[in-house]
Design a binder for this molecule. Structure first.
Ligand code: IPM
Ligand code: MN
Length: 359
C-alpha cells in the first residue's frame, strides 16, 4: 500500500518519540512491502518560534493533503503560567482537530501483565483491564464561546453540543462495542448539565438500533471512582470532550505509565494518531522518554487502513520489549535503555516477526 504520512513532531520529547514510530513504520514497509512517504512540518511552540503561529498554513495544508497525520507532542511550560499569552502551542492542536474534522478520539486502555507491578494499583484490581475511551473531540467546552469581561474579573466558557455532534461519535462507539465486549458506558453529568441530558437522550435512542450492545450511564464523578476501583468492568466508554480528557489521563495510571497510551483521532476525511501524553519538557533531548505510546499510535494508523497484520507485528514487538524489560526509566528505575534503543529493539523485532509468520 502507498501512504502519504504527515509528520508533526511538535515540542519537547515529541520529535524523539515520533522518530521511533517512524523507524517502526519503516520496518513495516520493508517487511510487508509497502511504500510510505513522510513529510514533516512544524506545530506548537516550535511553530510559534519559527512562524509566529502554532499551526502555520503550510502545516495545515500538508495535513489535509496527507492520508494520515502522525503527531508527536505539544506544549511548552513558558506559556502555561502566563495567563496573558495571546498565542499558545495547544491552539495549534485544537485548530488542527477542528480543521480536519477529527470528531472522535479513540484511546485504548490496557493493563499489560508484564507491567502489573509498575501500576500504583493492586494487580487483582487491574488484571483484565481492556477498555477504550471514545472522547468527542471537536465540540463542548473546548470550542464554545469564551468570554472575559473588560475588568478581567469574570470569565466563562460555553459547553454546547448538538444532536448531530453526539450521534456521529455515538455510532462509532456502538460499532466498536459490537465488535468487542458489547458494553457501552456513557459518562456524563446529567444530574446537573443540560448538555449531558441531551447526550443521554440521543445515545439512548441510538442504542435501540444496537440491541446486542448493553448501554449504561455513569456520572463522571462516579466514573472517575469506578475506573480506579474496578477498571475491568468497562468495555467502551463514550463521553464528551473535557470529561474524556480527564478520565483518559486517569486511565493511563492503570497500565503503569502514561508513556504507553496511544490514540487515534478520526473524522469523515482525515485521521491523526498521537500519544496521549504531553511534551514532557523536562525529558526533552535526554533520550529518556518512553516511545511506546508513539509506536502504538503508528500501529493504530496501520489498523485504520486495515493493515491488521502489520499492526499486530508492531504490538507483538512492543510486547516483547515489555517482557524482556527493554524499556525506558519510567517503566524500570535505572533502566539502561534509552528512547532510541527501545525504538531500535522494537523496529528490529518487527522485521523478525515476519520470519515467525513464515515458519
Ligand atoms: C490531550 C491534551 C490536549 C487536550 C491539550 C494539549 C490541548 O491534553 O490530547 O489530551 O486537552 O485535548
Ligand atoms: Mn489530555
Amino acid at each position: 500500500m502507498n501512504l502519504n504520512i504527515a509528520l508533526l513532531p511538535g515540542d519537547g520529547v515529541g520529535p524523539e518519540v515520533l522518530a521511533q514510530a517512524v523507524k517502526c513504520l519503516q520496518a513495516v514497509e520493508e517487511t510487508f512491502n509497502h511504500h510510505f512517504v513522510y513529510k514533516e512540518a512544524p506545530v506548537g511552540a516550535i511553530a510559534i518560534q519559527k512562524k509566529g503561529n502554532p499551526l502555520p498554513d503550510n502545516t495545515l495544508k500538508l495535513c489535509k493533503e496527507a492520508d494520515a497525520v502522525l503527531f508527536g507532542a505539544i506544549g511548552d511550560p513558558k506559556y502555561d503560567n502566563d495567563p496573558n499569552a495571546k498565542v499558545r502551542p495547544e491552539q495549534g492542536l485544537l485548530k488542527l482537530r477542528k480543521e480536519l474534522g477529527l470528531f472522535a478520539n479513540i484511546r485504548p486502555v490496557l493493563a499489560h501483565p508484564a507491567l502489573f507491578d509498575r501500576s500504583p494499583l493492586k494487580k487483582e484490581i487491574i488484571s483484565g483491564t481492556d477498555f477504550v475511551i471514545y472522547r468527542e473531540l471537536t465540540g463542548g467546552i473546548y470550542f464554545g464561546e469564551k468570554k472575559l469581561n473588560e475588568e478581567g474579573t469574570v470569565a466563562s466558557d460555553l459547553c454546547e453540543y448538538s444532536e448531530e455532534e453526539i450521534s456521529r461519535i455515538a455510532h462509532l462507539a456502538f460499532k466498536a462495542a459490537k465488535s468487542r465486549k458489547k458494553k457501552l458506558t456513557l459518562v456524563d453529568k446529567a444530574n446537573v448539565l443540560e448538555s449531558s441530558r441531551l447526550w443521554r437522550k440521543v445515545v439512548a435512542k441510538i442504542g435501540e438500533s444496537y440491541p446486542e450492545v448493553t448501554l449504561d450511564f455513569l456520572f463522571v464523578d462516579n466514573a472517575a471512582m469506578q475506573i480506579i476501583l474496578n477498571p475491568s468492568q468497562f468495555d467502551v466508554i463514550l463521553t464528551e470532550n473535557m470529561f474524556g480528557d480527564i478520565i483518559s489521563d486517569e486511565g493511563s495510571v492503570i497500565g503503569g505509565s502514561i508513556g504507553l497510551l496511544a490514540s487515534a483521532s478520526v473524522g469523515e476525511e482525515n485521521a491523526l494518531f498521537e500519544p496521549i501524553h504531553g511534551s514532557f519538557p523536562q525529558g526533552a533531548g535526554k533520550d529518556i522518554a518512553n516511545p511506546i505510546a508513539s509506536i502504538l499510535s503508528a500501529a493504530m494508523l496501520l489498523e485504520h487502513f486495515n493493515l491488521s497484520e502489520e499492526a499486530v507485528a508492531i504490538k507483538k514487538a512492543v510486547d516483547k520489549a515489555l517482557k524482556k524489560g527493554i524499556v525506558t526509566p519510567d517503566l524500570k528505575a535505572k533502566s539502561q535503555y534509552g528512547t532510541n534503543q527501545v525504538g531500535d529493539f522494537i523496529a528490529h523485532n518487527i522485521v523478525d516477526i515476519e520470519d515467525d509468520f513464515n515458519m
